[in-house]
Design a protein. Structure first.
Length: 129
């Protein structure tokens, strides 16, 4: 259902981005509200998981809402995938020197040092699955 549609649209967006065919619609948006919405969606989808949030209020920035949502969702999705079920996922959004900094901390196995630089490869996953 919904989750598959989301996945398909994410993959299409990624493909369009890489092909340079995705038109960016940058606009002023409240990043704190967007991140909060993504967290709420995850809380509903994964009611058995615990999230803590420390979200600074009124962080306005110029951005593409769809892509920022995709970004926040992907980070949270990974945290859930690689964290033991009873472990807390901590989400923080702060501003520092005019930059918005979104951090997601989990207490999962982490990424081996020799694989860290590959994290930015498309569809990369730790391990050999």
């Amino acid at each position: 259902g919904d989750r598959l549609n989301q996945l398909v649209s994410n993959i299409l967006t990624t493909a369009q981005l890489e092909g340079g065919k995705y038109t960016l619609h940058k606009q002023a948006l409240m990043f704190d509200a967007l991140v909060t919405e993504v967290i709420q969606a995850f809380e509903q989808r994964y009611p058995q998981r615990s999230f803590t949030q420390n979200i600074e209020k009124n962080i306005e920035l110029q951005g593409e809402p769809v892509l920022l949502q995709l970004l926040a969702s992907n980070i949270l999705e990974n945290a859930i995938k690689y964290t033991p079920a009873q472990s807390i996922i901590e989400v923080a959004l702060i501003t520092q020197k005019n930059k918005a900094i979104l951090t997601v901390a989990d207490h999962g196995i982490g990424i081996p040092d020799n694989e860290k630089k590959k994290v930015f490869d498309k569809f990369y996953r730790s391990g050999n699955e």
